[in-house]
Write a protein that binds this ligand. Structure first.
Ligand code: ZN
Ligand code: FE
Length: 252
């Protein structure tokens, strides 16, 4: 079974560590080095690579310190070669980055930032989505348009339902409360109950799965007739509906 170590960083960020039998590891989005080093030490792992989904400080803040300490290589979007600190390996849409026998397909998912990418490991049945797709939510549109972000989200939505989603932040409960406020259902209420109990125990809600997100995450449902009609947006395009929901969330 694939074991991803979840590392809490800053106030609500997650970095993720994957390692092989030899103790070689990669980390995704280390916002700070300290908590990542602690987990690497505890599990006696040697950091070989840093994977960055995008250039924001709360995803790359630990790059230089980790690179200095472990002499690891940093993988990031070619589009962001000037914005990802210490980048060594530049990747683009459709490229494959390999770790042992596991191939990560690079999926460009602009919207939150223009150079945002996802790392999809088909053999591990998981995807690192950064700040594009959150559990029950999606990232803010800092550098892209609703059209761009909707297209990116549908690329992720097309992955197999069982694919596990490892995203950049623990925002799930507040995302759930937003959904409940504009599109209530029994399923979202019982999900919120489970999230509250995880939150009380200080336990992560991550990973989610593509299948669960397709059912509950309204940002993946902007082409769903039932949702469109219930928001009073009958006849609007998915891009318009998505933009409307994103605006509502920005002021939630
Ligand atoms: Zn970000
Ligand atoms: Fe972030």
């Amino acid at each position: 079974m694939t074991e991803i170590l979840i590392v809490k960083c800053l106030s609500d960020n997650y970095a993720y560590i994957y390692s092989n039998k030899n103790g070689d590891a990669f980390v995704v989005d280390p916002s700070e080095a300290g908590p990542v080093i602690d987990v690497l030490n505890k599990h006696r792992l040697n950091l070989k690579f840093i994977l960055n989904t995008h250039h924001h400080f709360d995803h790359v803040g630990g790059n230089f310190e980790l690179k200095e300490k472990y002499k690891c290589k940093i993988v990031g979007s070619k589009k962001d070669f000037e914005r990802i600190p210490g980048i060594d390996i530049q990747v683009s849409e459709g490229d494959i980055w390999s770790f042992d026998e596991h191939n990560a397909q690079i999926i460009e998912i602009p919207g939150h930032t223009t150079g945002h990418i996802a790392f999809y490991f088909e053999s591990l049945k998981l995807v690192f989505t950064g700040d594009t797709l959150f559990s029950l939510g999606c990232g803010r549109l800092f550098e892209g348009s609703p059209e761009m972000m909707w297209k990116s989200l549908t690329k992720l939505r097309d992955l197999p339902d069982e694919t596990k989603i490892y995203c950049g932040h623990e925002y799930t409960l507040s995302n759930g409360n937003f959904i409940s406020s504009i599109y209530p259902s029994d399923e979202i209420e019982s999900k919120i109950d489970r999230l509250k109990s995880l939150d009380k125990q200080n336990m992560p809600s991550i990973p989610s799965t593509i299948g669960d997100e397709k059912r509950l995450n309204i940002f993946l449902k902007a082409d769903d007739e039932d949702l469109i009609n219930s928001l009073g947006l009958t006849g609007k395009s998915p891009e318009e509906v998505f933009g409307h929901i994103r605006n509502l969330k920005d002021s939630f």
